[in-house]
Design a protein around this ligand. Sequence first.
Ligand SMILES: [Zn+2]
Ligand SMILES: [Zn+2]
Length: 304
Amino acid sequence: MYVWPPKPFAALRWILAGWLLPWWGCFTVLAVSCWYFFTPDLASMKVLSWEWMALIWLRNAVLLTLFAAPLHWWLYTRQGQQDETKLNQKWQPKNSSRFLFNSQLKDNVFWSLVSGVTIWTLFESITFWLYANGYVPVVQWKGSELTILALGVVTVFWSPLHFYFIHRLLHWRPLYRLAHALHHKNNNPQPWSGISMHPIEHVIYFSAFALFWVIPVHPVLIVLLGFIQGISPAISHSGFQEVRLGKQLRIASGDPFHQIHHKYYEVNYGNKPVPFDKLFGSWHDGTVEAQAAFRARRSQLKQA
Ligand SMILES: [Zn+2]
Ligand SMILES: [Zn+2]
């Protein structure tokens, strides 16, 4: 995307085939359906109340489960494709004292649902409340179609942009020890590891919603940002580059780029759509050259 001289068609092909499709396209369809059928009416959200917030919590928890649980079942419980496209050849042990309840799966489900979905829902609800009260104006669909489309583009780029900077912050030693280390216990991640984070990290991570406190959008984009932040990590942390169902059906799944971050920590703070790792020298694309550069940088740091 960022090569010079620019290659617009190749970039567009990568944006669609290498990034947005199929999963983010699926989240967009889901966000539209959820806004119209599974979100309380905006007028009823004028007053912050546990009743409607609980409904949003339930919707988010069910949706996260509908993505993470079948992925976990197919890839790990049933081992439906054995180790085909598995990013880390080692299988995760069933029991491990590193994790809560002595189990990576139970630990991940606990942090994802109890803390993750709750803090996601709180940020989403506060955002709806601001719009319901007119503190931020709603961009209506009619007459603003192009604006909403442009804001959709802003939303999908905002997520990785925000992630790079908060992730750098989370690797600041005191904050790492306090919060981010919990996510990094998953050096061999699984679908439920995606938003298995410390509550402090959840607050920082879901603060992405604050963009819509200053930039007015259509509420569908609020729901969409929630799915991108809350559900897409279940796919990217699945630990398998592709989900294979039968011989024909292959769906892009785990993100090798972020998986390398889980292994080596000091590389790939961002995701591929933003160029900052490349700019600041922490880019690791899994090649022998990138590994050599990473080793050299690490020994330089140790000497310093
Ligand atoms: Zn991660
Ligand atoms: Zn990290």
